[in-house]
Design a protein around this ligand. Structure first.
Ligand SMILES: NCc1[nH]cc(CCC(=O)O)c1CC(=O)O
Length: 375
């Protein structure tokens, strides 16, 4: 029976990718009773040591999996949704967004310290312009260090000494069984997560009704609605600005969806946040509406590419290492070959030591910090 063939699930080989893939494979086995086998696919982002921005940004992780799907070598692929480009892939479909893990970022610091406990000059590692910008807005006195490498590599930078702390996604640490190393779960009104953070996307061929139906069993409507709003916001902002973007949507009990979006100047000198409400049914529209408000805000956080402090790879969370965060998705950024160097911002930081990310923007209308929106 054709419908009973074993499903081939393509996965990258990093520990995080394999764990996520195995999680989805197991859920599919349980829901369908079918055999699911993992097939390792090597991506350019896993092999090359070159800056991700020179490889084409975020897409490097997704591209090889997508090629394997389109060539029929695998039947489905699991992506971290925050690493998946917002542009739809021809011939493919996101057949499931499984229930989302905690979207928040966390601090892993030596000595069990929280962000507020870190002394001036403490070295905090991240490869994400989004995290770097928001960290600088919160704590201009810290030294934000650009790091590459997978989750384990980053954690070792703290345990072995070169860094005082790193910022990572809580979801990845939970999936890898390393959440006990977290010293502070960062509030979303301090550090707004990347669009899609904590969620997975299960992708398959659009014309593969068999696999689509199997994957649909894993889809979680609330997770899909929230990430749809966040990614619509990201897509709209990518078209209109080059600043790092955070976004988080949370569903309420009455079918409502509450979205917070944020753009930040890389040097932390300005941030702007907007919130909006809608329903799951109009999630994409909600994302575009909040994005339009951000773009119309005139915030200095939206400074054009010509501004020297703006990173060359600004749009989202990259560039970073093999299982690191994703790189920019803007076409103009993806073509650039010079990665941002958050270690050495070439303009002075102009922000005050204000504790709230939004409080040092000139965009007073946006100064209200994002609502507390995480679960
Ligand atoms: N780009 C790397 C990446 N992609 C997804 C996760 C974590 C899991 C998630 O956000 O879903 C991570 C690591 C991190 O940001 O700490």
């Amino acid at each position: 029976m054709a419908g009973e063939r074993a499903l081939r699930l393509g996965t990258r080989r990093s520990a995080l990718a394999r764990t996520q893939s195995e999680h989805v494979a197991q859920a599919l086995r349980e829901r369908t009773g079918r055999a699911v086998e993992l097939v390792e696919v090597t991506t350019e982002g896993d092999v090359s040591r070159a800056p991700l921005s020179s490889l084409g940004g975020t897409g490097v992780f997704a591209t090889a999996l997508r090629e394997a799907l389109l060539a029929g070598r695998v039947d489905l692929a699991v992506h971290s949704l925050k690493d998946l480009p917002t542009a739809p892939a021809q011939g493919l479909v996101v057949a499931a967004v499984p229930p989302r893990e905690d979207p928040r970022d966390v601090l892993v610091a030596s000595g069990g310290r929280r962000l507020a406990d870190l002394p001036a000059g403490a070295r905090v590692g991240t490869g994400s312009p989004r995290r770097a910008a928001q960290l600088r807005a919160l704590r201009p006195d810290l030294e934000v260090v650009d790091v590459r490498g997978n989750v384990d590599t980053r954690l070792r930078m703290v345990s072995e000494g070169p860094l005082d702390a790193v910022v990572l996604a809580r979801a990845g640490l939970l999936r890898l069984g390393r959440a006990d190393e977290v010293t502070e779960v960062l509030d979303t009104d301090q550090l707004l997560p990347a669009p899609g953070q904590g969620a997975l996307a299960v992708e398959c061929r659009a014309d593969d009704e068999d696999v689509r139906a199997a994957c649909a069993l894993l889809d979680d409507a609330a997770s899909r609605a929230a990430t749809t709003a966040e990614r619509a916001l990201l897509a709209a902002l990518e078209a209109g600005c080059a600043a790092p973007v955070g976004a988080l949507a949370v569903a309420d009990d009455d079918g409502g969806l509450h979205l917070t979006g944020l753009v930040a100047a890389l040097d932390g000198s300005a941030t702007a946040a907007r919130t909006g409400a809608g329903t799951g049914a109009d999630a994409a529209d909600l994302g575009r509406r909040v994005a339009a408000e951000l773009l119309a805000s005139g915030s200095p956080a939206l400074a054009p590419l010509s501004r020297s402090s703006v990173p060359t790879t600004a749009a989202t969370d990259g560039p970073t290492g093999p299982t690191g965060e994703h790189a920019p998705q803007t076409p103009q950024a993806a073509r650039l070959t010079t990665p941002p160097d958050p270690d050495h911002p070439d303009t002075p930081r102009t922000s005050s030591a204000a504790p709230q990310p939004a409080s040092n923007t000139h965009d007073t209308a946006a100064d209200a910090p994002p609502e507390r929106v995480h679960p």
